[in-house]
Design a protein around this ligand. Structure first.
Ligand SMILES: [Zn+2]
Ligand SMILES: [Zn+2]
Length: 400
């Protein structure tokens, strides 16, 4: 039986696990109920299982019956602080929490792949690490799992690492996509506080008004993007929130705004942070004010190793047909903490279109939306691809 047939056979269980996780979403580092469900799904399989210490991760190692290297497969497990509005029968039962990024599918498919590969244990030339990861949505859970030793879980570093991510729009249902090189942007969350001195709105000369200077900064940041950065190594800067003052006739002491900054190379990322700081502090100084700039966290660029991206595309193409395996022309401007794994291990981040059948991927609600829906139809094929990537990568590395 092929991996696809085997994945089809367990699709019912994978779907059931997905729905159970979907109904009880959890946020951030602490996902005890999700961890319990994963452990129950892996129960009885010939896996070496360790749990995270700082987060509720699950690392499972399958040791194949034949010698060979190690491959890592990753699925993230956390939900988002969104109240679900899909109306699905198995929608979230917890207001304010929703699996709006489809991580419930990743977790269920990865558990399914662990089952398929466990059934072939004796034939597998090498080891597989299954990385069930909390806190992808801003918490950098992948970095913490690396610090806690996930890459060494099988006793040697993996030769390759793969992650799957579903999309409720953008791609056609069942289409796998990746690209060589940058696949997703680096992200930095930058907070700016402009400090002045408050006073009466009728007498600004007696105060130090931070508000016009902060407005100038927002405009200048956007000009800076076009004047200081190469269009072929682009950056994106968005000021998504801006807060200053309370009423019309009081000059506030300070003004605050929040920036998300995206870039596609380590060089551009480093320069972007430095340029934002320089610009903001010098505009403040020009007005006799000061500005504090803090980086509230970020993720590196997600860089796919060209040969691994090509291998993932070829594997998907052979399993599902060339029309379901595409190479993206450009990276996405979103970001991912699988980037930390790909900084250490060559691999690929593979997208999987999962919009509901009959909907237009161009207009379907996107990931993170309260109405984002991901179809169960892709669960069997996603499970099969996870398993097949590990099998083929290990077979390619082992002497026949
Ligand atoms: Zn997300
Ligand atoms: Zn996600």
């Amino acid at each position: 039986m092929t991996i696809r047939d085997e994945a089809d056979k367990i699709a019912g269980d994978v779907t059931e696990l997905r729905h159970a996780i979907h109904q009880e979403p959890e946020l951030g580092y602490d996902l005890p109920a999700t961890q319990r469900k994963v452990l129950a799904a892996l129960d009885g399989l010939p896996l070496e299982i360790t749990r995270g210490r700082q987060l509720t991760s699950v690392t499972a190692v399958l040791r194949g019956g034949r010698p060979g290297p190690t491959v890592l497969l990753r699925g993230d497990m956390d939900a988002l602080p969104v109240t679900e509005a899909t109306g699905l029968p198995w929608a979230s039962r917890i207001p304010g929490r929703m699996h709006a990024c489809g991580h419930d599918l990743h977790t269920a498919m990865l558990a399914g792949a662990a089952r398929l590969l466990s059934a072939r244990q004796q034939d597998i030339p090498g080891n597989v690490i299954f990385m069930f990861q909390p806190a992808e949505e801003g918490g950098g859970g992948a970095k913490i799992m690396i610090d806690e030793g996930v890459l060494g879980a099988a006793g040697e570093p993996p030769v390759a690492a793969y992650a799957l991510h579903v999309f409720s729009g953008t791609l056609g249902t069942g289409v796998f996509a990746t690209r060589p090189g940058p696949g997703l942007a680096a992200m930095d969350a930058i907070d700016v506080t402009v400090r002045g001195r408050g006073g009466h709105g009728s007498a600004p000369h007696q105060a130090m008004d931070p508000l016009p200077a902060a407005c100038e900064m927002v405009i200048a940041l956007h000009s800076m993007v076009t004047r200081r950065f190469d269009v072929f190594d682009p950056v994106v800067v968005t000021v998504g929130s801006f807060h200053a003052g309370t009423v019309r006739n009081v000059i506030p002491d300070d003004a605050t705004f929040h920036v998300t900054a995206r870039s596609f190379s380590p060089q551009a990322r480093q320069r972007l942070g430095a340029e934002i700081t320089r610009l903001v502090q010098n505009i403040a100084a020009a007005h006799g004010l000061t500005a504090e700039v803090t980086n509230a966290g970020g993720y590196p660029v997600t860089v796919n190793a060209p040969d691994q991206a090509a291998f993932a595309t070829a594997t998907a193409s052979e399993l599902f047909g060339a029309d379901r395996a595409i190479t993206l022309a450009q990276p996405l401007t979103g970001s991912e903490d699988f980037s930390y794994v790909l900084e250490e291990v060559p691999g690929a981040f593979v997208m999987l279109g999962a919009c509901l059948p009959g909907t237009d991927p161009e207009t379907a609600p996107s990931n993170h939306s309260a109405t984002a829906s991901f179809t169960d139809d892709v669960l069997a094929d996603g499970t099969a691809l996870y398993a097949e990537l590990a099998l083929r990568r290990l077979a390619a590395a082992s002497p026949q």
